[in-house]
Write a protein that binds this ligand. Structure first.
Ligand SMILES: [Zn+2]
Length: 67
């Protein structure tokens, strides 16, 4: 039996040893980790941003009505 197993880096698909020495696991490197987190953040940013715009439009009175 192997003492440790390997996982695939979600970003680039490289084999990463699942050991305490693999600091960025399941990613192969800090770079791949940053790339993945960045993509995730962009994705989650997009959704609330759209929802917030909708809410503002629906909730706030039209500027013209005040004038
Ligand atoms: Zn990688």
């Amino acid at each position: 039996m192997n003492a440790h197993r390997t996982v695939r880096c979600p970003t680039c698909g490289a084999s990463v040893e699942w050991t305490p020495q693999s600091k960025w696991r399941p990613f192969c490197s800090e770079r791949c980790r940053t790339i993945d987190l960045g993509a995730w953040a962009n994705e989650s940013y997009r959704v609330p941003a759209v929802g917030k715009d909708d809410e503002d439009e629906a909730g706030a009175p039209a500027p013209d009505a005040e004038k």
